[in-house]
Structure formats: C-alpha cells, structure tokens
Design a protein around this ligand. Structure first.
Ligand code: FAD
Ligand code: FES
Length: 289
C-alpha cells in the first residue's frame, strides 16, 4: 500500500504485501460512451473504499484473464466506494467491460505520484484533458471544486474526438454552469447538432484567464496532446516545474521491481505517473520512447 508525500512523490508503507490484491465487488456499471465505462466498486469484506490522492492508480485484476493499471476517477473525499473509468482496448479491459453488478475484481494499490493540488493552492489552476485523460484528472477537479476558495482562476479544458466520445457529460454540464470556473469543451470533428467548439484543445487556451507566472497546470491525455499543451504553456511562461503531466506505460509489478514501465531513467509506477514537465521534458519531446 502506498501513500503520497506533500511533494507528490509516492511513499511506500511497509507491512502489507504489495502484490496481493484485495477483492472488490462491482456495485454499479455506468456506460460513458460506446467503448468506455465506469465501474463503482466496494470492498467485498464490507470495509470502506480506499484512501488515495488524485492522480494515483490501481492494478485491476480479472481472475483468469490478467491485470492492468487504471487510474482512480472518483472523488477522493468519498471513502465508501472506489471508482474507475476504463476504455475497452484489449483482453483485460474487455473482460472488465463484461463485468456485471455483483461481479468481482482484484485490486492492489493505490500506487504512484499524484497531482499537486495542495501545492497549487493560492495559484491559478489550468486543467487540460484529452479523451480518457479526463478520468485521472476528475479526482483533482473534485478536490479543487470542493476547496474552490483556495485557488485563483480555475480553468478546465477538455477535448474529445467526437461529441459521442465525451466522458462524464453530467459533470461537464455542472462545471460549465458554474460562475467560478472557466470550463470549455471541444471536439476534433462533429456532425449534426453539435454547437460547441471544434478543434484541438490547445486552441482553447487563449480564451481563458490565467496569470502564467502564478499558474499550476495539470495535463493528461494522448502524449502528442500533452506535448503540444505543455509547449504552449511553456511559451506563455508557466514555470516548467508547475506544468504536470501524467504518463502511461505497460506495467507488470507496479512497485518498481520489474522495469516494464521504464521511461528514461524513471519508472512510471514508482516515480510517476504524474511528473513535472521540467523533469521529463527532453524525453517527452521525443516520439516513440
Ligand atoms: C498509470 C496508468 C494509468 C492508466 N489509467 C487508465 C484509465 O484510467 N483508464 C483506462 O482506460 N486506461 C488507463 N490506462 C491504460 C490501461 O492500462 C491500458 O488500456 C490497458 O493496460 C490495456 O490492457 P488490455 O489487456 O485491455 O489491452 P492489451 O491487449 O494489452 O492492448 C490493447 C491495446 O492497448 C494498448 N495498450 C496496452 N497497455 C497500454 C497502456 N498502458 N497505455 C496505452 N496503451 C496501452 C496496446 O498497445 C494495444 O494497442 C492506464 C495506464 C497506466 C500505465
Ligand atoms: S511496473 Fe514493474 S517497475 Fe514499474
């Protein structure tokens, strides 16, 4: 079991076996889009959900199929349930997609570093998500909105491929309706009734109020999207170590033993998934690493 230190690095707590999953039961399956769904889990032994910091992930194990890393997408203040939002891309995620209410899943975690939402207090906050990248950011957004008075401007920018691919549409409506949040949504392409923005998410940045030198940015999405967003924020003068990105790599152990998730000199499971852009800039700027 891991916790997170104030500087957002993961801290390992000894005394429990990090490779042994706990059994959780599916309480609810919610369809987000044609290929993405949200699982609400509760502990089979009746215990509470799980304490975690926004941005951390769990290893989800489907018995007889395999195990995959998935970020926690629920509210960190809700200790009763554990929430994950998953895109069905292959064998294990398809098996998770087939789960019904009452089904079981093994969970080990939470692992990894987190979004520095507490360090960002007193600053403007720029949250930029692409596609399924809104899932790891949603806990940070819940935290920030329930401590709204601690921040300056709060900007939420979200881009998806099409209107049908948008996740958390109920949350998006709520965030866009708030007067104290600047929330904008865009899609790459749209037909028919879509009246919103069309184009890449970086196009929305000029519409938003923020003071670059006093901004913390949280970015999650496809690597190409994170690269262009980070470059744009860097160009505007946001300090490199205040631009945070969340990386993904294939994982096996998730506790820094096997090397499967190596990213340059770092391991994503142990040193990430959330990194300051300034620390990994040289690697992120190279494709296919
Ligand atoms: C820290 C972390 C957090 C993640 N959070 C989420 C999340 O919140 N929601 C979610 O849907 N997914 C998340 N992922 C990605 C998820 O782990 C992969 O989609 C999953 O491992 C695919 O497994 P599979 O057996 O279903 O597919 P596979 O059969 O293994 O692969 C199917 C396809 O997905 C690609 N793929 C496999 N693993 C990854 C990966 N780690 N990253 C990107 N592409 C991959 C393969 O290259 C292949 O094209 C996260 C990954 C990491 C490392
Ligand atoms: S997954 Fe084994 S070292 Fe990261």
């Amino acid at each position: 079991m891991a916790t997170v230190a104030a500087d957002n690095t993961a801290v390992r707590v000894s005394g429990t076996d990090p490779m042994r999953p706990e059994i959780y039961t599916v309480r609810r399956v919610h369809r987000e889009s044609h290929d993405t769904f949200t699982l609400t889990l509760v502990r089979r032994d009746g215990g509470g959900g799980m304490r975690f910091a926004p941005g951390q992930f769990n290893m989800l194990y489907v018995f007889g199929v395999g195990e995959v890393p998935v970020s926690i997408s629920g509210d960190p203040a809700d200790g009763q349930v554990l929430v994950h939002t998953i895109r069905d891309v292959g064998a294990v995620t398809a098996a998770l997609h087939r789960l019904k209410r009452g089904g079981t899943v093994g969970v080990r975690g939470p692992y990894g570093s987190s979004w520095p939402v507490r360090d960002g207090a007193g600053q403007d906050l720029m949250i930029v998500a692409g596609g399924i990248g809104l899932a790891p950011l949603r806990p940070a957004i819940y935290h920030v909105l329930s401590h709204r008075e601690e921040y300056g401007h709060v900007v939420i920018l979200y881009g998806a491929r099409t209107p049908e691919d948008l996740l958390f549409v109920h949350d998006l409506e709520e965030w866009r309706a708030r007067f104290d949040v600047h929330a904008y949504v865009t899609v790459d392409r749209a037909l028919g009734t879509w009246r919103g923005h069309v184009g890449v998410v970086t196009n929305l940045i000029p519409r938003t109020p923020f003071e670059p030198g006093n901004t913390t940015a949280l970015i999650c999405g496809p690597e190409v999207m994170m690269r262009f967003t980070a470059l744009e924020l860097e160009r505007r003068g946001v300090p490199l170590n205040r631009i945070m990105v969340s990386m993904e790599r294939n994982m096996k152990c998730a506790v820094g033993f096997c090397g499967h998730c190596q990213y340059g000199p770092d391991f994503i499971c142990r040193d990430g998934p959330v990194f300051p852009y300034g620390r990994i800039r040289m690697i992120l700027m190279q494709r296919e690493i």
